[in-house]
Design a protein around this ligand. Structure first.
Ligand SMILES: [Zn+2]
Ligand SMILES: [Zn+2]
Length: 227
């Protein structure tokens, strides 16, 4: 398969690499859409030496959507099937520590123990590739009404939605804008009776319209369901 392979800080190329095989409770997915996270830019630049990635060569990418093409042992019994449309998340956490049991698996107490917790695209091979292997806990079914491009935005959109939920923001609220000139600007704006999330990135102004549309579509539909 072809993949974007990072070989040193700011050194990367598209290469032919072996297609990974799914292990127990894993699935092999064909990547149909993948985004560039703010973390990816830092990771590619070598801003987390020895940590993300722990070593080279490395395939980044952790915000993606695609379809299941092969099941590892035991995955069918957990409800996965070839052809499923799924969106990925980076954490494949242990599932049995206190934080995982509480559903806060991104804070898994076994982070760094790669036998039980892998963070794809950070300390484990990621999705800047034609195919990626994920554990079944790290893929989520994609509803038919969401495209692969929208599915790839679910990971960052869920972070923004979590922020909105923690702040108690509800559709129709009047809200303040939070501005961070260094990274993505995330702004909740009121329009009529609806509350929207708007994203702008001053570093990459030509990327704004598409990202803005996708994030609005995802978050607004989620907010509508919450009513
Ligand atoms: Zn991300
Ligand atoms: Zn855990």
């Amino acid at each position: 398969m072809k993949a974007l392979v990072l070989t040193a800080p700011n050194e990367f190329s598209i290469r032919d690499v072996p297609t990974p095989a799914p292990g127990r409770h894993e699935v092999l997915c064909r990547v149909r859409a993948v985004t560039i996270c703010g973390t990816d830019a830092h990771l590619v630049a070598g801003d987390y030496p020895g940590f993300w990635p722990p070593e080279y060569p490395f395939i980044p990418g952790h915000e993606w959507a695609g379809e299941v093409v092969e099941l590892g042992e035991g995955s069918a019994a957990l409800g996965l099937a070839v052809g499923d449309r799924v969106a990925g998340t980076s954490h494949d956490a242990c599932g049995f520590c206190q934080k995982c049991v509480e559903g806060r698996y991104n804070l898994c107490e076994n982070y760094g123990n790669l036998d039980v917790h892998r963070q794809y695209g950070h300390n484990w091979q990621g999705a800047y590739a034609e195919y990626v292997v994920h554990g079944v806990k790290a893929v989520f079914p994609l509803p038919d009404e969401l495209s692969f491009a929208e599915g790839a935005m679910l990971d960052p959109a869920s972070i923004a939605l979590h922020t909105a939920n923690r702040g108690g923001i509800r559709p129709g609220d009047v809200v303040a804008a939070l501005i961070d000139n260094e990274s993505t600007l995330k702004t909740f704006v009121k329009e009529g009776r609806k509350t929207y999330l708007r994203a702008e990135n001053p570093k990459y102004p030509d990327l704004v319209p598409a990202a803005e549309l996708v994030i609005q579509g995802v978050v607004v539909s989620v907010l509508r369901r919450c009513r």
